[in-house]
Design a protein around this ligand. Structure first.
Ligand code: 5GP
Length: 205
């Protein structure tokens, strides 16, 4: 099968557990992951170069000027951006690469890469999301409120995504997202070269 690399954009409400879903997709199925840059402070347990490239606003703004991002945005007072080099190299090597980014960034990716697959991870309800955010204990009440407000804004853009997957049970969610990605790779438009090769082979019989 001749599939070119696909860009897989995963977004979802803050606190929905999409980070965990993405980590499992990488560890269980071997997807490549784009590491974003951010000006937000690392949370406990986060490592520079693993969860994010943590940088100052000055460093981030320099990278913007230098054209180093495919997309970037400001989210709850911090910058977040997708470094261009790694994504383009992965795609050229035919790899499937996951971008875990918010809605505005996802829309910018779709404009530049119309073949990108957009998946939205939703919570079963806003109430369950609120409980998860408070339970995480990594943000204060004011930040939680800002993130919830953002989540409700993001809910309006859910209909711009190709697939919506509810994260109620982590294992089910991870395997459903993987199935979506696998089905997408089998789409006719992603296999035009393969179809042509088969036709060419048939000519010789
Ligand atoms: P967090 O601070 O919880 O790690 O991330 C906050 C939000 O920023 C999440 O919705 C996450 O998906 C998004 N995000 C992370 N990296 C990027 C990026 O490179 N670009 C954009 N547009 N959003 C990002």
């Amino acid at each position: 099968m001749i599939n070119k690399g696909s860009l897989i954009v995963i977004s979802g409400f803050s606190g929905v557990g999409k980070g965990t879903v993405v980590k499992r997709l990488v560890s269980d199925y071997g997807y490549d992951l784009s590491i974003s840059a951010t000006t937000r402070a690392p949370r406990e347990g986060e490592l520079h170069g693993r969860e994010y490239f943590f940088m100052s606003r000055g460093e981030f703004e320099n990278l913007i000027d230098y054209g180093g991002f495919i997309e970037w945005t400001q989210y709850v007072e911090n910058y977040y951006g997708t470094p261009k080099k790694y994504v383009e190299e992965s795609l050229q090597q035919g790899k499937n690469i996951i971008l875990e980014i918010e809605v505005m960034g996802a829309m910018r990716i779709k404009e530049q890469y119309p073949d990108a697959l957009l998946i939205f991870i939703a919570a079963p309800s806003i109430k369950s999301l609120q409980e998860r955010l408070s339970g995480r204990g990594t943000e204060n009440e004011a930040t939680i409120m800002k993130r919830l407000k953002k989540a409700t804004e993001e809910a309006y853009d859910m209909d711009k995504y190709d697939y919506i997957v509810v994260n109620d049970d982590l294992d089910v969610c991870v395997s459903t997202v993987n199935s979506v990605i696998e089905s997408y790779a089998c789409r006719r438009d992603n296999n035009l070269q393969f179809i042509q090769n088969i036709k060419d082979e048939l000519k010789d019989i």
